[in-house]
Design a protein around this ligand. Structure first.
Ligand code: ACM
Ligand code: ZN
Length: 477
């Protein structure tokens, strides 16, 4: 039954005789127990339920013993009880309930559940190719149904600037298709009610052709730059020696930080060629003034200036792991590991108490074909640096898959690359590794009802009203 088709697999599940099922019709009442009403929204949208007063089909009970995302879900013929410490726990209990709901019936059971890792993410590149706001919401809905909780949104790169800026409108005017500030707000709300944190990424000091196409004065030479037309690593980057660069970034972050409510902001830091810095008088002067003897240190300085701009706005900076090469990063920033090339500084950062995210390109880059990274390989991922296995005790927050969009032009291709691999990652992040064949069996169950999920997502994209008025039983067989 549905209980045998849950991905990720719950930590503990007790089953009861099937004649003790609970029934939830189209109108339900919820006793809130002091929880915020927004934590019900995704469940109502997903299952087409309407909230009414005067009934208590679901009772929420605050119970501090579970972690922030943990929950206990008890289904009996008398009703449904959810025990959780925080709204996120309620969201996950209701996500499980949405999967268990078979038409109007949920079989009796008791599930006690909580994730292994706190950071369960997907990074999606919307800069190389643009994906519309409804397409982004679709991906967020699908990952949240697998209890993933981070959507890392790669919004700027050489090929495009995807954020409306009212302070510097030339950025989105030059940068091609973009999300309006209204769309960004809507997506952030959509993610919040699904327990998903949005981590925006504005990549710098490299991968900035779209930024410099609008404001060329912040490169070393100040010469005109064009938007890139193909993938690659482009040589013109932000000038790290000119204080005006940091004044500009300060004003930019002033606006960008208010758009995204989360407390983390990714500022890239990958693949920044130093060619221009080597011939720039400003960068040379900064090197001398700071006593630096290599350009990795100048990048470390740049990253520290940026993280200060974020910190004063209550945000923690995240960088790709090349940035750690300078050895100058404090442990109040976070790192995202993708390339073994700079493993040593990654290890030092972890050993010094830094927090980091594992995104090894050979295991978790889902733009690579299945022939290179198949489902079983993803499921078998064990975070490691070289021979050294890493875990929470080494500051590891969790893992993130990435999907880079240089060669992904539409969302059908995107979703084929993401699914089913994302389920393997979601499972190992929430439940840890188990028997792979048994996981595949559960995954088959999901595939059976997946087309219904798609139906539902289409209706959400068309507006919540459509979902509510639709006749389809979203999770029904
Ligand atoms: C990256 O793949 N350049 C982070
Ligand atoms: Zn310079």
């Amino acid at each position: 039954m549905r209980k045998n088709g849950l991905v990720p697999k719950p930590v503990e599940m007790k089953e009861f005789p099937s004649d003790k099922s609970c029934f939830l019709n189209r109108e339900i009442g919820v006793r809130m127990g002091g929880f915020e009403p927004w934590c019900l929204l995704a469940f109502l949208q997903r299952t087409g339920r309407t909230l009414i007063a005067g009934r208590e089909d679901i009772t929420l009970i605050r119970e501090g013993s579970a972690g922030e995302e943990g929950y206990r879900l008890k289904v009996t013929d008398k009703g449904i009880s959810i025990f959780a410490a925080a709204e996120k726990g309620v969201i996950y209990a209701l996500t499980t309930l949405a999967w268990l709901l078979d038409g109007e019936e949920v079989e009796a059971c008791e599930i006690t559940d909580e994730p292994k890792y706190a950071h369960r993410g997907l990074s999606m590149d919307c800069a190389r190719h643009f994906f519309t706001a409804p397409e982004v919401k679709k991906v967020i809905e699908e990952i949240s149904l697998a209890k993933m909780n981070v959507f890392h949104w790669h919004l700027t790169d050489d090929q495009g600037w995807r954020i409306e800026s009212r302070r510097f409108p030339q950025l989105h005017e030059t940068g091609g298709a973009h999300y309006t500030q209204e769309e960004i707000k809507d997506i952030c709300e959509y993610a919040k009610v699904r327990g998903v944190e949005i981590i925006p990424e504005i990549d710098m000091p490299g991968h900035v052709s779209s930024l410099l196409a609008a404001v060329p004065e912040y490169s070393c030479s100040g010469k005109n730059v064009n938007l890139a037309k193909t993938g690659g690593i482009y040589p013109v980057i932000l000038c790290a020696g000119n204080d005006r660069t940091y004044q500009f970034l300060d004003e930019l972050f002033e606006e960008m930080c208010t758009l995204f409510p989360g407390t983390r902001f990714h500022t890239g830091g990958d693949e920044a060629p130093k060619k221009e810095w080597k011939i720039c008088p400003c960068c040379q002067k900064k090197m001398t003034d700071m006593g630096f003897d290599n350009y990795g240190q100048l990048q470390g300085y740049f990253a520290n200036q940026v993280s200060k701009l974020l910190k004063k706005r209550g945000k923690t900076a995240i960088y790709w792991n090349e940035t750690l090469q300078s050895g100058m990063q404090q442990t109040d920033v976070q790192a995202q590991y993708w390339t073994l090339q700079h493993r040593d500084s990654m290890e030092v950062f972890a050993d010094q108490g830094g927090s980091w995210i594992y995104s090894d390109m050979f295991e978790l880059y889902f733009d690579y074909p299945y022939s290179m990274t198949n489902l079983k390989k993803v499921y078998s991922t064990v975070p490691h640096l070289g021979e050294r296995q890493m875990g929470k005790e080494n500051g590891l927050l969790g893992m993130e898959a990435a999907v880079w969009a240089e060669h992904i032009t539409d969302n059908v291709r995107l979703e084929n690359l993401l699914f089913p691999r994302i389920y393997a990652l979601a499972e190992i992040l929430w439940s840890g590794q188990g028997d792979y064949m048994e996981f595949e069996e559960r995954l088959k169950k999901i595939s059976e009802i997946k087309y219904m999920v798609r139906l539902h997502i289409r209706s959400v994209s068309g507006g919540i009203q459509a979902a509510r008025s639709g006749k389809e039983k979203l999770f029904a067989t």
